[in-house]
Design a binder for this molecule. Structure first.
Ligand SMILES: [Zn+2]
Length: 412
């Protein structure tokens, strides 16, 4: 028998690539997340049982549908047992069809259900739903050998599900030995021009009111909270919402009744050329057919521009330009500001088209103040940071913080 132990393969010194291995005293192991590094490197962490069959790798548990948490699953051996929430799984499937984002590959998955404990070997794992920019995100409570580990995954307290964060910190599981906690926002340029999702919605309203033409919102289709904010702001300003088919599919995959429904009178579905050619090439008319009654076609866009808001991305600019629907429009970039900086040509292009630009965003990750609230909810636990760049900044938050290095085993 050895002691219960843990190692973080990736994430001690970087944002992304999360992968945590936990080993029981009897030798059984589980993996928490198996993410792609943000640098795009696709090599697998050195874990027995990912590329081969290993009887003591008992399962891989995925916290949410962001590639830096699941993106290497498409490489694992078919015999690997993977556990993931149904919502996350369905969102990944929708993205896999319409985007170059990683798929789940050929692995068989078992569903994780909120607050329902799964047992594999000596491990008990309970997924606890949490607020984050990925819909259907979980924290994990892991019990093994009489020890308790809490894994934050990615968290925040200022989205549309902030009550989940409030509920957790007001009644947290007790006697946690080790808290493995994300620290994305520590030491970063705060991307918080707006403090929360509600203030983003209000800022959208004020922009849509000022805009004579179409409102364009450039956000991630997977940021379901942001699509809801766009819809709410559209309704408050008497505008209809135009979704591209990929976004419509993500909303359907969310399984939520709070999202804009393509069946509603004030919601239309537009099929951008890239998505259309994908459907034609793959003959996936089963995807497009349900949206026929609510489709809006390019020749209609100009007529409805002043009463519409569209979920938009830069690749759609040229076809919208051809559709003559961009006169007096405003483009709101509503995603991490780093994406804008990577594409300076886009800002020049919309300026030349006389499209007004605003940046209105709130981060998918906890602020430092929110992280302080989070770790205060686990007053007796050791705290191991993950998913961060500023390790020293995290240390300053509590004298319970222990810095670890990638790949090193440590006892629980
Ligand atoms: Zn995430």
């Amino acid at each position: 028998m050895t002691e219960t132990s843990c190692r973080i393969h990736r994430g001690c010194h970087e944002i992304g690539g999360n992968c945590v291995e936990i080993k029981s005293a009897s030798g059984g192991r589980i993996l928490i997340d198996l993410g792609l590094r943000l640098a795009g490197e696709t090599s697998m962490p050195d874990v027995d049982g990912l590329l081969n069959t290993s009887t003591n790798l008992l399962g891989v548990f995925i916290s949410h549908a962001h590639p830096d948490h699941y993106g290497l699953l498409d490489q694992v051996a078919q015999t690997t047992k993977v556990f993931i929430g149904e919502t996350a799984k369905n969102i990944i499937a929708a993205s896999d069809f319409f985007t170059p984002l990683p798929s789940l590959g050929n692995v068989e998955t078992s569903p994780l259900v909120a607050n329902e404990t799964r047992q594999v070997g000596p491990f008990k794992l309970t997924p606890i739903p949490i607020d984050h920019s990925a819909f259907g995100s979980f924290c994990f409570l892991i019990e093994v050998d009489g020890k308790q580990i809490f894994y934050s995954g990615d968290i925040r307290a200022h989205g549309r599900k902030s009550h989940l964060f409030d509920n957790l910190v007001s009644a947290p599981p007790s006697n946690i030995d080790v808290l493995i906690c994300e620290g994305t926002q520590i030491g970063r340029d705060p991307d918080f021009a707006f403090p929360d999702e509600k203030s983003v919605e209000d800022a959208f309203v004020s922009e849509f009111q000022k805009t004579k033409g179409m409102g364009l919102v450039w956000c991630s289709s997977q940021n379901v909270d942001r699509v809801i904010s766009t819809y709410e702001a559209a309704k408050r300003t008497g505008r209809a919402l135009i979704l591209d088919m990929y976004t419509a599919e993500v909303l359907r995959a969310s399984g939520s009744s709070d999202v804009p429904s393509p069946d509603a009178k004030d919601v239309h579905v537009f099929l951008p050329r890239s998505q259309k050619s994908r459907i034609l090439r793959e003959k996936r008319f089963d995807i497009s057919k349900p949206y026929y009654p609510n489709r809006i076609y390019p020749e209609k866009l100009a007529d409805t521009a002043s009463t519409s808001v569209m979920i938009f991305r830069p690749s759609m600019l040229r076809e919208l330009e051809k559709a003559n629907c961009l006169l007096d429009s405003t483009c709101i970039s509503s995603l991490w500001a780093g994406y804008l900086k990577r594409d300076p040509e886009f800002l020049r292009k919309i300026k030349s088209l006389r499209i007004a630009h605003k940046h209105i965003h709130t981060s998918g990750h906890a602020t430092v103040r929110e992280l302080e609230r989070f770790i205060a909810a686990f007053p007796d636990s050791r705290i191991i940071p993950i998913h961060l760049q500023d390790r020293n900044g995290f240390v300053k938050m509590s004298d319970r913080v222990e810095l670890k290095n990638d790949k090193e085993w440590w006892g629980i």
